[in-house]
Write a protein that binds this ligand. Structure first.
Ligand code: GDP
Length: 445
């Protein structure tokens, strides 16, 4: 799912890498490419338009943190807007004050309603509920049998008309099932209804009649995520014909373009509540907009890194560092310590490095990165006086011994740090002179 879209998006973001600042033209070009990628993934046009408008506006006003470079800023904005169109927070099922809670399933034939009924029943049972499955799909041959098999696997009773009983009226089955549920002390009733291959008046009327007979607490619209551009008209028809309180995306394991997933929330105005990801009863989960957005961006770890970087580096600190470097002032050991502490706050160094794109394959080598080394460096700097941190030149041999003792390290460790730091300082001076350091908070206008 979303493979093509993911690839397209990461291609777009890669082009932004290394840019110090994004011009309006850069933002427009990027927005145009994202727009095309979404349309090709079958996301509905109005949804794409609204999405692109927001991304552009936010990228221009750049209300985002200076802790991030422009590429990361755009990724962050796109990620947040994806979460928003997927519905923001996950919503939970609403249970009735007086049981049974009635959950009705609606959708086209083949959408995955019957399968979903079984999955939902199993899931609710595992949470200590006593669900009852109701077979009201009397149209599709063997839908009743299929539900009975699923109920058997889930260990949940299935209410269905007796074969040969002559009861062919799904509305009556639905109404009777509620009585049955009360008698059997079931606290949840899941009603599977019939679908058609296309939307038609008769089916919609039957669904509406069942709804009126059972007065559902939740009416879940099940939609095949692979449905493509038809998603919008189908969703609108069910929203208007039966009224829905939530959406279930099925077949998210498929390899289609997945535009339905991104359109259905905006079109119906109702939250996506569950995701169905396979034919087995276990292939089911509560829908998490944020996880889905991360999956679409296919940069899970990159996103975590962005979040952590934002948290670890506060704005002031960043500004101060940039001003220092821009002004050609020297970067002191005190500054270095501050940065070191900020990086350490992000977690074990191997994890932080491992989150950089492309470092995933280097897991084994990363395991050798020793956090103790970083902590040792921090300890050495902490054993210096403020004057020494600003002007390391003044640290003489006897002070080196004292610092080593004070930090629980050796004189060689101290020497190494001081030598490396002098080298780094020289390099930074050269760099800041050479390029005015784009992306460091200066050079605006
Ligand atoms: P209904 O007509 O809406 O009741 O649809 P069914 O529940 O009978 O599902 C139609 C077909 O899709 C069946 O072959 C199911 O096994 C299959 N199916 C349902 N949900 C999923 C899913 O999440 N992933 C995959 N791969 N197949 C599914």
């Amino acid at each position: 799912m979303f493979d093509t879209l993911s690839d397209r998006l990461s291609g777009i973001f890669t082009k932004l890498r290394g840019k110090g600042k994004l011009s309006d033209a850069d933002i427009d070009a990027t927005a145009r490419e994202i727009r095309l990628a979404l349309l090709e993934a079958d996301v509905a046009l109005p949804v794409v338009k609204a999405f692109i408008f927001k991304v552009k506006e936010r990228a221009r006003t750049a209300e985002v943190s200076k802790a991030l470079n422009p590429a990361q800023q755009i990724i962050k904005i796109v990620h947040e807007e994806l979460i928003a169109i997927l519905g923001g927070e996950a919503r939970r099922l609403e249970f009735a004050k007086t049981p049974p809670t009635v959950i009705m399933l609606a959708g086209l034939q083949g959408a995955g309603k019957t399968t979903l009924a079984g999955k939902l029943a199993k899931w609710l049972k595992e949470q200590g509920h006593q669900p009852l499955l109701v077979a009201c799909d009397l149209q599709r041959p063997n839908a009743v049998g299929q539900l009975q098999v699923l109920g058997g696997r889930a260990g949940v009773e299935v209410y269905a008309p007796e074969p040969g009983s002559g009861v062919g009226d799904p509305v009556r089955v639905a109404r009777d099932s509620i009585e049955h549920a009360r008698r059997q002390m079931r606290d949840i009733v899941i009603v599977d209804t019939a679908g058609r291959l296309g939307i038609d008046q008769e089916m919609m009327q039957q669904a509406a009649d069942i709804r009126d007979a059972v007065r559902p607490d939740e009416t879940l619209f099940v939609i095949d995520a692979m449905i493509g551009q038809d998603a919008v008209s189908t969703a609108e028809a069910f929203r208007d014909g039966v009224g829905i309180t939530g959406v279930v995306l099925s077949k998210l394991d498929g390899d289609a373009r997945g535009g339905a997933a991104l359109s259905v929330r905006e079109v119906t105005g109702q939250p996506i509540m569950f995701a169905s990801t396979g034919e087995k009863l276990e292939d089911f989960d509560v829908f998490h907009p944020d996880r889905m957005a991360s999956r679409i961006l296919d940069m899970g770890d990159m996103l975590t890194l962005i979040e952590q970087a934002e948290r670890a580096f506060d704005e002031d600190q960043k500004e101060r560092m940039a001003a220092k470097l821009m002004g050609g002032e020297s970067f002191t050991l005190e500054d270095f310590l501050e940065q070191l502490v900020a990086v350490r706050r992000m977690g074990p160094i191997a994890n932080v490095l491992g989150m950089l794109p492309g470092m995933g394959q280097m897991k084994d080598q990363l395991n050798d990165v020793d956090d103790k080394h970083f902590d040792k460096v921090a300890a050495i700097i902490r054993s210096m006086t403020p004057a020494e941190r600003t002007t390391p030149k003044i640290i003489n041999a006897s002070r080196r011994v004292r610092i080593a003792n004070g930090s629980g390290t050796t004189v060689t460790d101290v020497n190494q740090l001081l030598n490396r730091f002098t080298e780094a300082q020289k390099m930074m001076k050269q760099m800041s002179g050479m390029m005015g350091l784009p992306g460091m908070g200066g050079g605006r206008g």
